[in-house]
Ligand binder design. Structure first.
Ligand code: ARG
Ligand code: ZN
Length: 465
């Protein structure tokens, strides 16, 4: 699956993308071992991820030239472990021109086709070996624009850029093994003109100024799916606080200045409350970033969600922070199971309303249940929505209704225990829908296949539960 990367209706930014090239020594004898597969076999994204290795860490050194140029100069160091003997392997990358690649310090040959960046090391990599790939590239990254999934990836803002990459936008700016099944830790050194700031996931390190530029350091120390990696460059009102022992860092674009205090306050309230509902907060820090590109959606970028083009209300903040447990810490094994992220985060909003006492998740469920069977809240079935409907109403609302149906069936005590132990037992891991069904059955001691079949996979409105 190395060609036809671009599905109909999707134009990818291939700004400065070089044609397939061969650099460095041309070998006469092929490497031993087999090539790593160009995809992990995700049903919705054939080219996403790659086979033959597992990434442990991405170290990203990126210099941003400023808004007028919009260019970056980057060196990304990828530490990975070969899971087979590798004659060559692929990365996913749709970003600007690659200027050099080394593997374990030796120049490697490489070629590009669509989003596949094929790297052939000087000598093959033995199975089980830890190896280091350094990719250097420069040019102007840009977003993916897609009819069904919108604009995502590296998105220019008025004064910089922001990355929101779900589902497959990470390769717009980063050479990466782009699949949620390969989580890794990340470190960032972001160098920007000194009138700008740079944020990313996780914990800040020391900031250093050198003449006209300033370097910001961040590190994400918990395993993270590539689509959750973010960088936000621009002018921001940055606020710091704490919720329990957890540092809170929020950053708000000047255009949304008025919402800075509310973002900080609600983030703290939501994390405190969700920690009671879902168990201990899974990461080292929390926060949020409001930036100006008008995408009108938010993304649960790990430890620091991005709200793109609007001041978020409580529901939005509660939703993105709930994803820290459901989606970020417990991640998808593959994209068709997206309801495990969106159904859960939507249900968290309903629980937030229930906390306010005036409403309840059950009442919200009942109001939606009155909708006709043909309504988009019921179609397509959320358990396997199809690539174009990954973020459709049904994934969010019927996904949340499925959890309410489960709660009604097993009772509150078992239900909340299911949620908490799901988060704790799968922390920093990956899961699929059958794993959740087995987990719910184990905790509740009930047979639940029928319920999940009806709510996740059957057409139209399920019979009442
Ligand atoms: N996961 C995000 C949320 O919080 C939605 C991401 C939408 N992505 C996109 N490319 N439209 O619901
Ligand atoms: Zn969501």
């Amino acid at each position: 699956a190395t060609t036809g990367e671009t599905p109909p209706g999707q134009s990818t930014a291939l700004d400065g993308c070089d044609p397939p090239t061969t650099k460095a020594p041309v070998k006469t004898t092929p490497n031993a071992g087999k090539p790593g597969a160009p995809g992990v076999g995700d049903p919705y994204f054939a080219n996403a991820g790659n086979g033959g290795y597992d990434v442990g860490h991405y170290d990203i050194a990126l210099a941003y030239a400023g808004r007028s140029k919009g260019t970056v100069d980057a060196t990304v160091t990828i530490t990975a472990k070969a899971t087979q003997q590798l004659s060559r392997f692929n990365l996913d990358f749709r970003g600007p021109k690659v200027t050099r690649i080394t593997v374990d310090g030796e120049p490697a040959t490489y070629g590009r086709k669509g989003q596949e960046l094929t790297v052939t090391p000087a000598t093959s990599l033995p199975a089980g070996a830890t190896f280091t790939t350094v990719v250097t590239y420069a040019g102007k990254p840009g977003p993916v624009r897609n009819n069904s999934l919108g604009t995502y990836g590296w998105v220019p803002s008025k004064d910089g850029a922001v990355v929101v990459a779900e589902p497959d936008g990470a390769p717009t700016w980063l050479p990466v093994n782009d699949h949620p099944s390969d989580k890794a830790t990340y470190s960032y050194r972001l160098t920007v003109p000194s009138d700008l700031q740079a944020l990313a996931n996780g914990t800040p390190g020391p900031t250093t100024k050198q003449g006209k530029t300033t370097t910001y350091q961040w590190s994400e120390e918990s395993p993270m799916a590539p689509y959750l990696a973010t960088v936000a460059i621009g002018k921001f009102d940055v606020r710091r606080g704490k919720v329990g022992n957890i540092p809170v860092i929020t950053a708000v674009d000047p255009r949304f200045k008025k919402s800075a205090a509310a973002l900080q306050k609600t983030t703290i309230k939501a994390v405190a409350w969700e920690s009671k509902m879902f168990g201990p907060y899974p990461f080292a820090t929390t926060g949020g970033i409001v930036d100006d590109p008008k995408l009108d959606y938010a993304l649960e970028t790990q430890e620091r969600p991005v709200y793109a083009g609007f001041a978020p209300d409580d529901d939005f903040i509660v939703h993105e922070l709930a994803h820290q447990w459901f989606g970020d810490s417990v991640s998808l094994k593959s994209w068709p199971d997206i309801w495990l992220n969106e159904g859960f985060a939507t249900y968290a909003e309903w629980l937030w309303h229930e906390r306010g006492k005036k409403d309840s998740a059950k009442k919200i469920y009942k109001r939606y249940y009155r909708q006709p069977s043909a309504s988009p809240i019921f179609n397509p079935p959320p358990g396997k929505p199809g690539r174009a409907d990954l973020f459709s109403f049904s994934v969010y609302i019927r996904g949340a209704m499925c959890l309410q149906a489960l709660r009604t069936k097993v009772g509150d005590k078992a239900f909340f225990q299911i949620l908490k132990t799901w988060a704790s037992s799968r922390r920093n891991g990956n899961a699929a829908t059958p794993d959740f069904i087995a987990h719910a059955e184990k905790i509740s001691h009930k047979q639940l296949d029928g319920l999940f079949k009806a709510w996740l996979y059957s057409k139209g409105k399920p019979k009442k539960w």
